[in-house]
Design a protein. Structure first.
Length: 469
């Protein structure tokens, strides 16, 4: 049976409770019997789901929302110091807890698998959670997106395994002590928090150092940044830490869990791996080579924890997707609309290649929204070059999220690079007009992709409506 409530979490208050990471922790605490409360900027389905679990959710931020008997205030790195609820907590001496510390406390007494990497964390964590549930192991999990299957981003399970997405963006993954850690890839991103690739490597080394004695690091053998991390961790192990097992996976000839074949089958793939001297074949029910590799990472991690590999491989087919990760939104007049969370050039390229393979003779049409001014400044040109993989694209303004504008940084950086790469691309500030443009281009057999980490996700329904009318 999973443990009860962590200390000081009997009556927690979450600032930004509707966020993907925050809501998951709040849900697990509510399921464990805590009296959860919190606030968020706007009403949402997540807020409704939390209320259904007994949580009190306020819309808007005000000092009065913080209950007099709150035992802790939980915040993320996105919460600013001038937030009135945070100020009230400090004035009253209520302990302020970062969400990563709250999540780490929930893992105590369990067997955690923490999934890290610049891309693919949500998908891989989801694959593991769904497969382990299918096997009847009832894991706890905390994920940065809602699953298609269970329909939630978090669950308090009765089993001994806890699967968690480990966020490197603010170094919060240093708080976890997993029994098994997955590193999918290591690239420079989150430019507001990391100044160089060296800082990224040091951060991932610290994460690897947090693995419990006798635990396992599962790391990609195909990705340059991940191979560099493997070399660094092995060097440190040679200097003294010999209680860490390293398992590599991928198509590289020296991978411990080797991907022998990935065969596309429309919106699915058939995968064959060599693990422990055995050949294992299984189905991945989402398209694209990168998703097949995520599934192999999940398989390697489960096997490292002692889950029977063949049973886990078969169970992985039950994963059908997660919100915003190549999620089908509908079809109208023979045009399929799919939503993609991709916002880094590597993710964009991977999703566009996957969709190209699934489109057959149809065209791939994209509405893209750059995410964050800092990311657009550093990677906007690469984003534009990635869009050259589409047949036509419309680029929206930069979605700021938590950032203030940066002078001279606009979506024109993306558009100009796309044009230079030979892409058919145009800019449009108005989302409704962008959706109308794409719908006007689309014909039977074409595939429309709404792409980005911001509110571009809402335009899929608009495209479908335009097509239908």
């Amino acid at each position: 049976m999973a443990p009860g409530l962590p200390p000081a979490m009997e009556r927690p208050h979450f600032i930004g409770i509707g966020g993907a990471g925050m809501s998951g922790i709040a849900k697990i605490l509510a399921q464990r019997g805590a009296r959860v409360a919190g606030s968020d900027a706007k009403e949402s389905a997540t807020a409704g789901a939390l209320r259904a679990l007994g949580a009190t959710v306020h819309i808007g931020h005000a000092a009065g929302h913080l209950a007099g008997d709150a035992t802790a205030v939980v915040v993320s790195s996105a919460i600013r110091d001038d937030n009135p609820e945070l100020a009230a907590a400090r004035e009253r001496g209520v302990p302020v807890v970062h969400r990563s510390d709250a999540l780490a406390a929930l893992m105590e007494g369990l067997r955690p698998i923490a999934v890290a990497g610049t891309h693919g964390k949500t998908t891989t964590t989801s694959m593991l959670a769904v497969a382990l549930r299918t096997m009847g192991l009832d894991p706890s999990y905390a994920i940065g997106g809602d699953l298609d299957g269970p329909g939630t981003n978090a669950h308090h399970g009765g089993g001994e395994i806890f699967v968690a997405e480990a966020d490197e963006s603010d170094r919060s993954f240093h708080k976890y002590a997993p029994e098994v850690a997955i590193v999918l890839n290591v690239e420079l991103d989150h430019h507001a928090n990391y100044a160089s690739m060296e800082e990224i490597h040091v951060s991932f080394e610290t994460f690897a150092d947090r693995i419990r004695p006798g635990g396992t690091l599962v790391v990609c053998a195909d990705h340059d940044g991940a191979r560099e991390l493997t070399a660094r961790v092995r060097a440190r192990a040679a200097e003294g830490r010999r209680d860490l097992r390293i398992v590599t996976y991928g198509e590289a000839a020296d991978a411990d869990v080797r991907v022998a074949e990935v065969t596309p089958r429309g919106l699915t793939s058939e995968v064959t791996v060599l693990l422990g001297g055995e050949e294992i074949a299984f189905t991945v029910s989402v398209p694209g080579r990168h998703y097949a590799h995520n599934a192999v990472a999940a398989l390697a991690a489960g096997a490292a924890l002692g889950v029977p590999a063949r049973e886990l491989a078969a169970a992985l087919a039950s994963y059908t997707g997660v919100n915003r990760r190549l999620q089908p939104k509908g079809e109208a007049r023979g045009v399929r609309v799919i939503d993609s969370y991709a916002h880094h050039p590597t993710e964009m390229t991977a999703d566009l290649e996957a969709i190209r393979g699934a489109a057959g003779d149809g065209r791939v049409l994209v509405v893209f929204q750059p995410h964050l001014f800092s990311r657009t400044r550093e990677l906007g040109a690469e984003m534009g070059r990635a869009l050259a993989l589409a047949d036509a694209s419309v680029v929206l303004d930069v979605y700021p999220a938590r950032e203030d504008p940066i002078p001279g940084v606009t979506s024109a950086i993306v558009v100009d690079a796309a044009l230079a790469a030979g892409a058919d691309v145009r800019a449009e500030s108005d989302g409704e007009k962008a959706a109308a443009l794409i719908a006007g281009m689309a014909g039977p057999g074409d595939l429309v992709l709404t792409m980005g980490a911001g509110d571009v996700t809402e335009l899929g329904a608009v495209v479908l409506d335009r097509l239908a009318n």
